[in-house]
Design a protein around this ligand. Structure first.
Ligand code: HEC
Ligand code: HEC
Length: 303
């Protein structure tokens, strides 16, 4: 293996990017206590070449476009309230991308800006950054796409770019956005229903309806019904939902895992409860017929 500094200098020279921000480790950021704040950086050969630390929000202020980044952060937090024309339900981006995508195993955005454009199997085509954001607007938010050149789209992308902390495109932060789950586990929705009542309903409601504050904003987001994500969303798929639940839910209850904020359920329980709530009534996704045009539809796809 090459020595660390030579790899850094080579990668930096190659990509013309500042090495400063990510080679110095920042202070821990604000997400839930106990989740890791710093991760190995891997090169394309999976060699460790440095570390990435989640930047604290105060770091935003040292950037010339701080205002744009902060607007992006606000949009991720208050999506339903600020973008009513684009959000069909009541969710915010943050409802799934925990703490503005800064939570390990909580649908984080650490590698996001560096991953696009890329070919997505669902589209069987190249998808760029704005296209991927709009995928979540149309599916997870059951809404409408943002114009790609709008101030809002630019702000969201500016936030992703900031979070990357100048990590060169060729390197990867070594933690998954979604955690792994055993997809050979056979779901039992009857057990899932009982688990939901025991472990989830206190926050997400007896009928999956969530809970709003006095201003009409969700404090606990809905898991099914008209205000929730539609059947085209990744979260509508049993194993994707199970992975999210296993690592992150019930929120803040029992941190048995060294990662995420969940850990109270077994993987089997997460699969059972995910099968139950993903299959409860939720909005349709009209253009669903265009998905997986070249086949390879995953076994938990809803259509
Ligand atoms: C109901 C949950 C949910 C909501 C709400 C949601 N997303 Fe997602 N998002 C996901 C999941 C799950 C994935 C992982 C990929 C998939 O679809 O299988 C994802 C993936 C992404 C990705 C790709 C990340 C990467 O590194 O490849 C981006 C970007 C993204 N979402 C942005 C957003 C934005 C912006 C919003 C708000 C407008 C949003 N999401 C709302 C669940 C959600
Ligand atoms: C202590 C309250 C609490 C409990 C209990 C809880 N959750 Fe959550 N859950 C949350 C909060 C809060 C969010 C949104 C995160 C945010 O906005 O920062 C969330 C988000 C979610 C989401 C993604 C957003 C959406 O609406 O689809 C899913 C899926 C989810 N929870 C499933 C579950 C399941 C399944 C259980 C039971 C095993 C559970 N949760 C238990 C508080 C809770």
């Amino acid at each position: 293996m090459k020595t660390l500094p030579s790899v850094l200098i080579a990668a930096g020279a190659l990509l013309g990017l500042s090495m400063l921000a990510w080679s110095q480790s920042g202070a821990p950021a604000d997400p839930a206590a106990g989740t890791p704040q710093s991760f190995a950086l891997l090169d394309p050969d999976n060699q460790v070449v440095g570390r990435y630390s989640i930047p604290p929000d105060s770091d935003i202020l040292r950037h010339a476009n701080a205002e744009e980044i902060l607007y992006g952060k606000r949009l991720l937090n208050e999506t339903a309230r600020l973008l009513p024309d684009n959000v069909g339900g009541g969710l915010n981006c943050n409802s799934c991308h925990l703490s503005q995508g800064k939570t390990d195993h909580g649908a984080n955005y650490f590698n996001t800006i560096n991953s696009y454009p890329k070919v997505m199997p669902r589209a069987a085509a190249m998808v760029d950054m704005a296209g991927r954001v709009n995928g979540c607007f149309m599916r997870s938010m059951n809404g409408k796409p943002l114009p790609v050149d709008s101030a809002e789209m630019r702000a969201i992308i500016a936030y992703f770019t900031w979070l990357r902390e100048d990590v060169p495109k060729a390197l990867r932060v070594d933690t998954p956005s979604e955690g792994k789950i055993d997809t050979s586990l056979v779901p039992d929705p009857v057990r899932g229903k009982a688990l939901y009542a025991a472990q989830c309903a206190t926050c997400h409601g007896d009928d999956g309806e969530g809970m709003k504050d006095q201003f009409g904003d969700y404090i606990f987001p809905p898991l099914w019904g008209d205000e929730s994500f539609n059947i085209g969303a990744g979260m509508a798929r049993t194993y994707k939902a199970a992975a999210f639940v296993f690592y992150n839910m019930p929120m803040g209850v029992n941190h048995k895992l060294p990662i995420g904020q969940g850990g109270a359920l077994t993987q089997q329980e997460a699969v059972d409860v995910a099968e139950y709530f993903t299959h409860m009534p939720r909005p349709d996704f009209a253009p669903k017929g265009n998905d997986w045009p070249k086949g390879n539809k995953p076994k938990d796809a809803r259509y």
